[in-house]
Design a protein around this ligand. Sequence first.
Ligand SMILES: C[S@@+](CC[C@H](N)C(=O)[O-])C[C@H]1O[C@@H](n2cnc3c(N)ncnc32)[C@H](O)[C@@H]1O
Ligand code: SF4
Length: 361
Amino acid sequence: MGAKIASLSFQKPKWVVLQVTEKCNLRCKMCYEWGDSGSYFHKNDLRELDIDVAKRVLEELSEAKPYLELFGGEPLMYPHLRPLLEKIQEIGCMVDIPTNGTLLEKHADLLVETEVRRIWVSIDGPEEINDAQRGKGVYQRALRGLRAVAAAKRNRNAQYPLLGVTMVVTPLNYRYVESFFRGLLEEDILDNVSIEFQLYTTKERYDDYLQFVKKEFSIEPDASSMAGGLIRSIADFQEVDIDDLTAQVKAIRELCARKKVNCIGYPKTMTHENVERFYKGDWEHMTDKRSKCSFPWIYMEISANGDVSPCHTFYDVCVGNVYRENIMDIWKGSVYQEFRRKMRNKLSPICSSCSRYYSDL
Ligand SMILES: C[S@@+](CC[C@H](N)C(=O)[O-])C[C@H]1O[C@@H](n2cnc3c(N)ncnc32)[C@H](O)[C@@H]1O
Ligand code: SF4
């Protein structure tokens, strides 16, 4: 991996996430932003990315043409969705949108018209189970949204957006992975399925992380630190029947292969041993373990307040702000270079709580 990182050109970002709003219309229990212990739960001054700034940033990225992702909160709540998507289309970038699906029906035509590449709807199990985790009525709204986009695609004879469903597996819903996807896949409207374990970190690891950022970057995160929203107790996961869960995931992966539906998720390796280590917080001994990360060489994430961070979990480190600077200057600038130099051979104590930690980089 060292040679791979060293050889990665960082002349151009390959993947840029724009957090368009911090607001969300749901309060999903496991969410590191808006869940019971989420980092936004008590936040008052909720931000939205200024549309003129967002358009300028897109112009600045137009030569690099990274793959884009809109993020939230709930990105479909962004009041300037149409001009933003039209600008993305104009500069010729591909864009993904993860969404809770509740506003999909309303925006179905727009998403097809502007050729959004992929929509990932988060649904966490069959109706009763999903709604226990995400709120009453959410399942039906998300399903109506998926069907509306599928219908809008048919009407226009359009290939995009590809449709995906993401299920975050928690102790509350893990028994329903197989039955949920079996039912959903019968609709034959999905192109992608993602089975993602609830990410978490322990209080001990988070404390180590605080020491780490203080020492390396002279930062002392406050209560709104995103990483703080991931703290859970290992005891919360000990009732999960690992054999049952791994067998269900295997069955769905096989079904997806037969139906030619792309199936991804994390952790990638779903053996009993690997899942047990995940739920024991023994990340160092997992099969997918990493010792370094290539994201600082390919990635940027723009928060709704304009801050640019090098990763999806490590938000406390800011390498610039798009309200004041050109995004490509931030990308090439000394602060980001210094971050790359410091992180070349290491991970932070919370990197194992990042979804990207488990993916092929
Ligand atoms: C934070 S949400 C933002 C987008 C949108 N509101 C949604 O729900 O899809 C992005 C994704 O993170 C997932 N998520 C939330 N908390 C999580 C956690 N602790 N571990 C893993 N994924 C989580 C959500 O289910 C969703 O699929
Ligand atoms: S809809 Fe998304 S951002 Fe909102 S609470 Fe649920 S997971 Fe979090």
